[in-house]
Design a protein around this ligand. Sequence first.
Ligand code: MSP
Length: 638
Amino acid sequence: MPDPFYITTPIYYVNSHPHIGHAYTTIVADIFIRFRTLFGEETYFLTGTDEHGQKIAESAAHSNISPQEFVDKMSQEFRDLWPHLHIENDQFIRTTDPEHKALVQRALQYIYDKDEIYLKQYEGLYCVGCERFMDEDELIEGLCPDHQKAPQQYQEENYFFKMSAYQNWLVQTIEKNEDWIYPQRYRNEVLQMLKKPLDDLCISRPKTRLTWGIELPFDTNFVTYVWFDALLNYPNALDWPNGELYKKYWPNAHHMIGKDILKTHAIYWPCMLKAAELPVFKKLVVHGHWKSEDSKMSKSLGNVVDPLVMKDRVGVDALRYFLARNMSFGDDANFTEELMVTRYNGDLANNIGNLINRSISMSCKNFENQIPPKGEFGDLEQELHRSFMEGIEEVKDYLLSFYLHRALEKIAFMSSLVNKYLDTAAPWKLAKQESDRKRLGTVLYTALDAVRIIVQLLAPVMPKKMEEAWQSLGLPLAQITEAQFDIGVLPEGLTLPKPAPLFPKVKAIVPAEPDKKQLEEKTNTNEPESSEITIDQFCKMELKVGKVLSSERVKKSDKLLHSQIDLGEEKPRSIVSGIAEFYSPESLVGKTVMVASNLKPVKLRGVLSEGMILCTDDGTQLTLVEPSAEAAPGTMIR
Ligand code: MSP
């Protein structure tokens, strides 16, 4: 039996209202918890709010209320939202809880007593949005890339934690544990950050500048730096060092975070834990960001997506499904209502909902509202059963390794296999001949039994909808959380209640004015609802052989290379590619590469890019796609 499983979300800043990004992390953590419970593990799920620091103090001042009143009100918004999204956390922690404050002071005092905290005069650039000091080379044109604001220059006396002493230990820990930071690309990113010497971490703010924080236990003129306070919420909630919850759950702690808070979680946090002599967490699970209509979501752009508005469009469970299915875990994803409705109609209404509905309706109609007798399974059934047994194992593996979108893709695929099975076995034809009645029973039983498995696999993602589906199979609700994935165990003869469509089709969204033309163009090309494209669409893409003439690093970027590439044209193309972690500029020169050559030119970090070099991407490594045969620059690729 695996160790009891502990999952945490980041604790959310209360300076803004909850949005779809916060909802995503919390929903996905909830899904992982429900799956683990289904597979028989003991679980604990923590979320909460991060309530100290300059950003919050400024927002409270802006609203003309005291910080305490402000955080009470805003924290409640988060706490109230989660049940509306069918999220069932075990605990909700607030950094203003007295128990949390006491444990932060305990950790600080412990590290101070070990002589790992010292006072010094400091000058640095502080980004209030990130609530941290930034290195000059993290800025782009003098601005914080995440908040698009110039950081403030501070010169003050502060306490520092000797984080630099842990650099070698941290690098070794990451190198030893391949899966400690997941997906791999974020592990690589952290190792890259650790190539530079680590600075000591400023862990205080003088009260002359900020009073809204936890007082340092060894100097009352200072409050604790908000990240040092916030990160400790994870073991504090379990009441370390002696709490029963701590002993039970901390050994298998999984932190789920968005990519923007990688540095604080993958660098500051393990060093803090090591200094406090607490075991490090088991795994950091990092996801990408939701964009709104392909742009970063921001208050100033007015494109922040409200989860409550979206849930009213397709229902909570379908929103959960969309979020979990459409973000390829670790990458950024695009949120539009249109995409959400397309996914809903494609996967839920037409595929899974339709399967549930038609299997139950046909059984009701032909077997007097009862589950038919299973009879004898033939070749068609055996083949479906084999695919299901493989499918169930694959889904489990994907889920246990946090490959959520893949698991859902597989479940939808399993559902389409059953739909195909029904199309081939054609029960509506069998129903016409009394002599085929036994076979009809077997076909409908097989479909219903497969539905039972699909419903159970999807229950962690769509808990309420799947409860409805489970009950419409005549099964007792209590059994939905007892994993029973054996084939052919659906009891025969159960009474089926009258079925109602589970996912009625939703009308497609007509985008607002400026997009109408685009929509028309799409409709004219008969673009299908799925991710498939037609041969005409594919042919619009121009792929050519290119030869790299020169290449250099893009200034202030660890990832980008700027190359001049001969495509057999009058002058070479200027192309920027995100491959600097995998190829040095020198190693690229002279290589023959494949280039997408008719992409609209863009500027990346101020450098013109007139195409894209094609690479394979296994989630860890980018590898150039090189033609196997000699080909002159400019040769078309078909
Ligand atoms: N308070 C800190 C976390 C402290 S944890 C010890 C914080 N809070 S936050 O409210 O700004 O962000 C919380 C989480 O929301 C982060 O993981 C962040 O990545 C995530 N998201 C914020 N915007 C997002 C999207 N647009 N899409 C997906 N997740 C996003 O950082």
